[in-house]
Ligand binder design. Structure first.
Ligand code: PLP
Length: 337
């Protein structure tokens, strides 16, 4: 036990999250991969978060936070509902969890968000507020509504209840594979990796916790180097769920990731493309780029995993077919060289 970990989250919080989210987020399968195991002479396990009802692990954190708010304040205080500005997996998760728990959800979207994405969020029962012409303006509207209407913002990663929710997937992995040598997961804001790191450092310190970031625009990478949150220019990526900053006012995840991550790799687009195609061809799973970065890191950096028991967190499946086509083309060109 190490009660000294920073980030404001304890193992008890993760256990509590697990009780709260039962029935909301699934205990997903941890599937053995004969193909990858043979290829790397290891035992490779796939944590299938792509099978969550919203297609990504983010449902764990969102469910935990909204359910905790309900416990704490009761439905009356939450009458005006919860609010977020995320258009991606977090937005879906908030909309879904709020609906399941009977609480109104609002998602603030800028005019840049395409109609099909707007429709998808509305289909989950959330109210869509078209506000402003940029993501920054959408975030400002969230802030405004928190002040004026008493809506409660659900942050995508930098909150103890979110981190604790994401950490529940590490409990499930350890229960199934208590002798685990290594776990790899995508790293962006650090809610996922922080939650995993927190659980592993306390329940299985021998397990190596590996974070994988993008090569370009990785705010967490640069923030760890700088020793404080820094912002980085975003570049388009096949792993779009790994884009975005960590917040210049980051309070939890930077410190927690620094304290619990053992190794950190960056992966280029070509390696992500190759891993996406491999996972489709060999595992028959259509995954978004962010879910393929663990495999991309093993392959690109030749991480020595022979003889080891390794878990890859397949974090989500939210990928447009056009994006997958781009990955295939990139992979094909790469193979031609
Ligand atoms: C959000 C997300 C991540 C990264 O999680 P963080 O908590 O922001 O580090 C990885 N994969 C997918 C599919 C995601 O949606």
């Amino acid at each position: 036990m190490n009660p000294e970990l920073p980030g404001g989250v304890t193992l008890a919080d993760v256990w509590q999250a697990r009780r709260r989210i039962r029935g909301q987020a699934d205990n997903t399968p941890l599937r053995y991969s004969p193909y990858l195991s043979q290829r790397y002479r290891a035992r490779v396990w796939l944590k299938l978060e792509n099978l969550q009802p919203t297609g990504a692990f983010k449902l764990r954190g969102a469910s935990n936070m909204i359910a905790a708010l309900l416990e704490q304040y009761g439905p009356q205080r939450l009458q005006s509902g919860v609010i977020t500005a995320s258009t991606g997996n977090h937005g879906r998760a908030v909309a879904w969890a709020a609906r399941e728990l009977g609480i109104p959800a609002t998602v603030c979207l800028s005019s840049l968000v395409p109609a099909n994405k707007v429709a998808a969020i509305e289909a989950l029962g959330a109210e869509v507020c078209r506000c402003g012409d940029s993501q920054d303006e959408a975030f400002e509207t969230v802030h405004e509504r928190v002040q004026s209407r008493g809506q409660v913002a659900i942050p995508p990663f930098d909150h103890p209840l979110i981190i604790a929710g994401q950490g529940t997937l590490a409990l499930e992995i350890l229960e199934a594979r208590p002798q685990l040598d290594m776990v790899l997961a995508g790293l962006s804001g650090g809610g996922l990796l922080g939650g995993i790191g927190l659980v592993m450092k306390q329940l299985s310190p021998r397990t190596e916790v590996v974070g994988v970031s993008l090569s370009a625009g990785a705010a967490m990478w640069h923030s760890l180097q700088a020793g404080k949150p820094v912002s980085v220019a975003e570049t388009p990526s096949l792993a779009d769920s790994l884009g975005g900053g960590i917040g210049l006012d980051n309070r939890h995840t930077l410190a927690l990731v620094r304290a619990t991550m053992d190794s950190h790799y960056q992966v280029p687009e070509a390696a992500i493309a190759r891993a996406m195609v491999t996972l489709l061809e060999q595992e028959k799973m259509l995954l978004e780029g962010a879910a393929a970065v663990g495999l991309a890191a093993i392959e690109h950096h030749r991480i020595p995993i022979a003889g080891k028991e390794v878990a890859l967190v397949l974090s989500g499946n939210n990928v447009a077919l056009e994006t997958f086509d781009r990955a295939r083309q990139e992979q094909a060109q790469d193979a031609d060289l």
